[in-house]
Design a protein around this ligand. Structure first.
Ligand code: 5GP
Ligand code: ZN
Length: 134
């Protein structure tokens, strides 16, 4: 795809810190990391979103296997990491070339807990506000 930044990275036309590659995928560091380790695993083939992956296409299991291998190689299989795919704008997808995120770092767990706590506080405030109006 001519205007796809990830296609350009795969073709070597745009630089990226590549950490792994094979016949099916290329994995590189995210340019704007959300945590100390943030790697994107991208199929060589331009597939816009997870919704466009044909049933029984082996690419998804391959991406997961590669994530697992990278996590082992960089030493984050233990204590752990997050592995996810954003799908379409509503799911937070910004680049429309399928990619999985591998995110890890010492503060991921606490960030998640802080996020959950602030959501719970906001929810309780909203409920209290609605109850005071009724
Ligand atoms: P999405 O929100 O689409 O799931 O994630 C896109 C990711 O791609 C973001 O985390 C963003 O930082 C990363 N990204 C966007 N443009 C580039 C780029 O040119 N190079 C690299 N390495 N990462 C990029
Ligand atoms: Zn592409």
């Amino acid at each position: 795809m001519a205007d796809c930044i990830f296609c350009k990275i795969i073709e070597g036309k745009v630089p990226a810190k590549i950490v792994y590659q094979d016949d099916l995928v290329v994995a590189f560091e995210d340019a704007n990391p959300a945590a100390p380790i943030h790697i994107l695993i991208v199929p060589r083939k331009h597939i816009p979103t997870l919704n466009d992956v044909p049933e029984n296409d082996p690419i998804l299991s391959h991406i997961a296997t590669v994530a697992k291998k990278i996590a082992e190689n960089i030493g984050v299989a233990q204590p752990g990491y997050r592995f996810f795919i954003n799908v379409n704008k509503g799911g937070g997808q910004v680049i429309f070339h399928l990619h999985a995120h591998l995110v890890s770092g010492k503060d991921i767990g606490s960030k998640f807990i802080k996020g959950a706590i602030s959501l719970a506080v906001a929810w309780r405030k909203l409920v209290a506000k609605l109850q005071s109006k009724s």
